[in-house]
Write a protein that binds this ligand. Structure first.
Ligand SMILES: NC(=O)c1ccc[n+]([C@@H]2O[C@H](COP(=O)([O-])OP(=O)(O)OC[C@H]3O[C@@H](n4cnc5c(N)ncnc54)[C@H](O)[C@@H]3O)[C@@H](O)[C@H]2O)c1
Ligand SMILES: [Zn+2]
Length: 460
């Protein structure tokens, strides 16, 4: 009661593109009376019967929806059972003082006497704990919970309790990250840790031979979990191995780079490279949980932070909020939540998830023209964002001030050929992610305009 279920519930529904069902409001309509009136006339027991009927019908709807349950609904056993079988349940946390402040004086039948209200809060607490699969304080927290993403400074120390299930854990990291965070991860995993595996640092980890070595080394059963501690390169290859080993085992990325925390570890895309191109072999394999500990970024060198800032700026532009102004833990949480929301709307990447490619069409073309050497992804993305903003008729100062990208020295023809190949130009037009008045959209643009925007990113 008083946690803000109705307000946040409708925001979450909007973010996830699902209908919102506010059970108390629907019940009032059914009953033709407000809840206080119904309580007055018929009593709580009768109300719980009506609530049970309504809640169970809503929980059994065939299409997914966001449902706000009345504060007392979990007292009914059949509702608890239905939640366990049919729902992902997030407990919206509120302290008793705030709850009382918000609930009292509103005519709610169970919020008239403060000491009774507090006693009820204590009595219900245990039931809430029993049904909650995640806890949240706000909309982002609910979206992250629904995506299985935990963002918390210090989460690494709680790793054993954050890896779902009870099975054995195989831990994978590169030697550099292993030297910094490996011991903490091993201690945290305690008796669940079955084996530790080392893979090369950086992009060199994303190869068939590294995947093959992991397949051969692993001794996990199907109830085991692969845990990847490291940057996007580590989580990408480990996710692919998890998707394929024994036809798929659970996995948990623990990203330790900014790129990993705001991008690579969220959304369930995994991949390795082939000699002729990046990310050409992969799978969609949503992790059973992603454990994001922003404290691990303290050891990340400046150039790696800059790589991540390019994705932070991209995310903020897409969300229409200056995420880049936030301090690290909150910056990571907001960015991860934005990506999680987009991916939950389009888990198979067949629709609006394309917006996450803002600036990336240009970035990939520049990287390909450079032969993936001498141009980092972050710098290429920063340049790509400049082009996307220019084509959208938007100011570019945010990108210029924060990322200061310098034009790259690559072959213009090669870059243009790569871009056209990537985008499969049709009818003299190319479809690009741009920023419209109300947010991102995918729009066709004449080839000549796109080529001019690309040319501006290349040093004379
Ligand atoms: N799957 C996805 O959705 C997705 C999204 C974005 C990027 N990616 C992939 O991610 C990869 C890039 O990942 P990245 O930018 O995280 O780089 P990375 O994983 O290659 O790591 C870069 C370097 O940082 C070091 N490092 C990592 N954490 C550290 C820490 N806490 N302290 C000190 N050093 C640390 C590593 O040892 C490595 O040398 C690319 O292959 C890209 O394709 C995937
Ligand atoms: Zn990127």
């Amino acid at each position: 009661m008083g946690a803000g279920k109705s307000t946040l519930g409708s925001e979450v529904a909007e973010r996830l593109g699902r209908p919102f069902i506010d059970l108390d409001r629907d019940l009032e309509q059914d009953l033709g009376a407000t809840i206080p009136e119904f309580f007055e006339a018929r009593g709580e027991a009768d109300f719980r019967v009506q609530e049970e009927r309504r809640a169970i019908a809503a929980l059994r709807l065939p299409d997914p929806a966001v449902l706000a349950l009345g504060g007392g609904a979990v007292q009914t056993e059949s509702i608890r059972n239905e939640l366990r079988d049919r729902a992902f349940t997030v407990l919206l946390e509120v302290d008793p003082d705030t709850a009382w402040q918000r609930s009292s004086g509103g005519g709610r039948p169970l919020a008239r006497d403060e000491s009774e209200f507090r006693a009820l809060y204590e009595r219900r607490r245990e039931l809430y704990d029993a049904v909650a699969e995640a806890r949240a304080l706000d909309t982002d927290g609910i979206v992250l919970g629904a995506a299985g993403v935990e963002v918390d400074a210090g989460a690494l120390e709680r790793l054993a309790s954050l890896v779902p299930g009870e099975g054995a854990v195989a831990l994978v990291c590169d030697p550099h990250v292993g030297g910094i965070h490996g011991a903490a991860a091993q201690v945290a995993l305690g008796s669940r840790l079955a084996s530790v595996h080392e893979i090369p640092q950086g992009e060199a980890a994303k190869t068939v031979s590294v995947a093959e070595r992991l397949w051969n080394e692993l001794l996990l059963d199907r109830d085991g979990t692969l845990v990847a501690v490291g940057g996007g390169s580590t989580t990408d290859v480990v996710g692919l191995v998890a998707a394929t080993y024994l036809r798929g085992v659970e996995w948990v990325p623990v990203p330790t780079t900014l790129v990993g925390q705001v991008d690579a570890a969220v959304g369930g895309k995994t991949a390795i490279d082939l000699p002729h191109g990046k990310n050409l072999v992969g799978a969609f394999h949503w992790p059973s949980r992603a454990v994001i500990d922003p404290a691990t970024l303290k050891t990340l060198p400046e150039p790696e932070l800059a790589e991540g800032m390019a994705e932070v700026v991209k995310t903020g532009l897409l969300a229409g909020e200056p995420f880049w102004e936030l301090l690290t833990p909150e910056l990571v949480r907001r960015c991860a939540a934005f990506k999680a929301g987009v991916c939950l709307r389009d888990p198979d990447d067949v629709g609006e998830r394309a917006i996450l490619n803002l600036g990336h069409t240009f970035a990939h073309a520049l990287e390909a023209a450079a032969g993936y050497e001498g141009v980092t992804h972050g710098r290429a993305v920063a340049l790509g964002l400049l082009a996307a903003l220019r084509l959208s008729g938007r100011a570019t100062d945010v990108v210029e001030d924060l990322l200061a990208p310098k034009p790259v020295r690559v072959d213009r023809e090669r870059a243009w050929a790569a871009l056209r190949r990537d985008k499969k130009a049709r009818g003299g037009e190319l479809r690009l992610v741009l920023l419209g008045e109300d947010g991102p959209l995918v729009e066709p643009r004449p080839e000549a305009e796109v080529r001019a925007a690309l040319d501006e990113l290349i040093a004379k």
